[in-house]
Design a protein around this ligand. Structure first.
Ligand code: ADP
Ligand code: MG
Length: 686
């Protein structure tokens, strides 16, 4: 072991037995420092805790056997495969052990070694043997060393941690390296200080940090592992909450460059509102008031507007933009796709042109923005060529589709302008507390009156043809959404390819008499617009689309939504997809197909048949992180937290309470503040 002093920020390549090659491989797992490796947590544990004498072994059991190696040799089959055959013995008997194609074993294990083996007991004729076990050579029993110490195993004979792996990095290797780090912590070679003192830990019911770090890797039972993970998750939530609160403080230091005088707006506002083809919902009115109150302040607004699909966010944004215009300031609205930008452009034109307000647009294919005070666009708005002289309000639609830098770049075009972000993704309380602590949140929790519930069915595979027949008979337009192939949100080539294939199949084999269109993110904007216009005009009966492309599009007369590969989506996402239909007066339907036939998946998806509340479904998503479900994995990483999940409201609330305490009395938490600084700056403590 290195004698130099190590700390949590020491580059991993300086750790015993980790050189540049392993360091490079570890970087694929995001591991660069000692701390990264210590916090590389097991994805699960293999239970090898049952130990047995050789004499009492049972066929089929997963078990740990410890004894002396009597012999080990390679045996070759006629086809050149190598078998490794060992015999081991304890006080009660002898056991044959087999491995396949692990020639190096004869170099690492020798007769006379004491060994610990974990694996499955197989019957072969009358004989039992142990097949492909994990092995671990035990230290020689020295006089004076307690038997317990000598039997401290890490790969066998206990709950064994299994880690996320990568090329050239096995769980066994990770286990060895982490065990080494833990020993360095025990011997105080690496300092791991708990920044929560005894009182605070007791008050917030979490275990000490050092204990947590040990037990998360090598727990004696799953309960210990759970407690350990909870402490680490608590820290992660706490830090995330402190960061959000810090951002809020910083934001509140700002002063708007362009101060609004909201009072003068209201008569014009009444005019616009009375010209709408509908009356505003109570929620819309409430939210517009919240926004106007913000706009009248010196501190720039930083508000997130959440509303289910179809709840009418656009008109709220338009009325906020109108307020900016009437105050003599410019306003800009950024949307994630060209289709959406075009749609918003039309809506804003309809609302604002009667007042003589011109609306500009900036997208990849259309640039007509000079001289307008209200501009709509896509990422194209971020171009350095596009500048405002009096930008007072920035609106960002589908905010989760933009990165922090993109949002910052747009707001930097004004002098501390007001910012309104919008999302259809419901925000459970846990997430609001942890990630959005710096934002004020408004919720459109009321649907326009004419909306109906979308009748939803999970369709079993054997009824697929019947479902297609049923669609043919309905006198309406249909969306068919193809499955998301990758876990990432971005539209991948694979997704597009499968959409194309599905489109061809449907067109030729299933609906030869209907008119079909295909829409995906890799098409040219002009072409997308053409297809969408055709669909909107009723010239197409069925629109086959990838999931990404259609977010937010508004086609009131389409009444059927068919979703392929529904199991790949979260419930809240599916709810958003089905929200694309049922915007007119007729009954709308959503048909879900799933490739995954497990009862667990069916149960999850069937919730959509009865639950029509986006927030409730989002809360369920947090709980339903089930065995091997792809969706669960994708969802976890999405929020940028590695350890914590958002299904533990009590933990999130505890962390929030502590975060408030820290903000109120920072001097009482010197070590925590130091740790936070180090975590953000990434420098070594001295
Ligand atoms: P989203 O919140 O999903 O962005 P939109 O703003 O696109 O929803 O609104 C969906 C549809 O509902 C649009 O056609 C819009 O004109 C209509 N709409 C908005 N508010 C109301 C209302 N209060 N009553 C009836 N229809 C409304
Ligand atoms: Mg919208």
């Amino acid at each position: 072991m290195d004698s130099e002093k190590l700390n949590l920020f020491t580059p991993i390549s300086r750790i015993y037995l980790i050189g540049p090659t392993y360091a490079r491989r570890l970087s694929k797992l995001g591991i660069r420092t000692v701390s990264d490796l210590l916090y590389h947590l097991p994805s699960r544990y293999e239970d090898f805790s049952v130990k047995s004498n050789i004499a009492s072994l049972q066929e089929g059991e997963i078990v740990t056997v410890q004894g002396k190696v009597v012999s080990l040799k390679n045996q070759y089959t006629r086809r050149g495969f190598a078998l490794q055959v060992a015999e081991i013995a304890d006080e009660t008997g002898k056991l044959e052990v087999l491995w396949f194609n692990q020639r190096f074993l004869t170099r690492t294990i020798s007769a006379g070694n004491r060994i610990s083996l974990s694996g499955k007991i197989i019957r072969d004729g009358h004989k039992l043997h142990l097949e492909s076990p994990v092995y671990e050579i035990l230290p020689v029993l020295l006089p004076g060393k307690s038997a317990q110490q000598a039997e401290d195993t890490i790969h066998t004979g206990r709950l064994v941690p299994i880690y996320p792996e990568t090329y050239g990095i096995t769980s066994k290797w990770i286990r060895n390296r982490i065990n080494h780090l833990l020993k360095a912590i025990s011997s105080k070679q690496i300092a791991l200080k708990d920044y929560l003192d005894d009182n605070i830990r007791e008050k917030y019911q979490v275990i000490p940090l050092e204990q947590a770090v040990f037990q998360v890797h090598f727990p004696q039972n799953l309960e210990q592992a759970g407690k350990a993970r909870e402490r680490l998750a608590f820290d992660e939530l706490l830090i995330s909450q402190l960061e959000a609160k810090q951002r809020k403080e910083e934001w509140q230091q700002k002063t708007v460059g362009n101060k609004f005088k909201i009072v003068e707006v209201s008569s014009k506002l009444k005019l616009v509102v009375s010209g709408l083809p509908f009356t505003l919902t109570g929620a819309q009115k409430r939210v517009i008031n919240e926004i106007y109150r913000d706009l009248a302040r010196e501190t720039p607004m930083n508000r997130l507007l959440q509303g289910d699909v179809g709840s009418g966010k656009t008109v709220v944004a338009a009325l906020a933009m109108l307020a900016a215009y009437l105050n003599g300031f410019q306003a800009v609205l950024m949307a994630p796709t060209e289709i959406l930008a075009e749609q918003h452009f039309k809506t804003l034109q309809e609302l604002l042109s009667p007042l003589g307000i011109g609306v500009g647009i900036a997208t990849g294919s259309r640039k007509d923005y000079t001289g307008y005070d209200v501009v709509v666009g896509t990422h194209a708005l971020l171009s350095d060529k596009l500048n405002f002289n009096k930008l007072g309000l920035v609106v960002i639609d589908e905010q989760h589709r933009f990165g922090v830098e993109q949002r910052a770049k747009l707001t930097a075009k004004g002098l501390n302008p007001h910012v309104l972000t919008m999302t259809a993704t419901p925000i459970p309380r846990t997430i609001a507390l942890t990630l959005y602590g710096d934002l004020d949140i408004s919720v459109l929790d009321e649907m326009p009156k004419n909306r109906q519930r979308v009748k939803t069915w999970l369709v079993p595979p054997e009824k697929r043809m019947a479902a297609y027949q049923w669609i043919k008979k309905q006198n309406t337009q249909t969306f068919i959404i193809c499955p998301l192939i990758e876990e990432s949100e971005a539209e991948t080539l694979l997704t597009v390819k499968s959409a194309k294939a599905e489109y061809e199949k449907l067109r030729k084999e299933i609906f030869p008499d209907l008119k079909l269109g295909l829409l995906h993110g890799r098409m040219r904007p002009k072409e997308k617009e053409r297809i969408l216009t055709e669909f909107r005009r009723g010239e197409l009966d069925i629109l086959v689309a990838t999931p990404v492309v259609e977010v937010g599009i508004d086609i009131p007369q389409a009444n059927i939504m068919l979703i392929e590969g529904a199991d790949r989506f979260g419930l809240a996402q599916l709810h958003q997809l089905r929200g694309r239909v049922g915007r007119g007066t007729e009954q709308a339907y959503c048909l879900l197909f799933s490739q995954n036939e497990s009862p667990w998946t069916a149960k999850r998806l069937k919730n959509l048949e009865t639950i029509h509340d986006g927030l409730e479904l989002a809360e369920m998503d947090l709980k339903f992180r089930g065995p091997g479900e792809r969706y669960g994995l994708a969802q976890h990483g999405k929020w940028g937290l590695k350890i914590a999940s958002f299904d533990n409201l009590s933990l999130v609330e505890r962390a929030d309470k502590l975060a408030k305490e820290v903000i109120a009395r920072p001097e009482a938490f010197p070590l925590l503040r130091k740790t936070l600084m180090e975590a953000t700056i990434g420098v070594a403590p001295n």
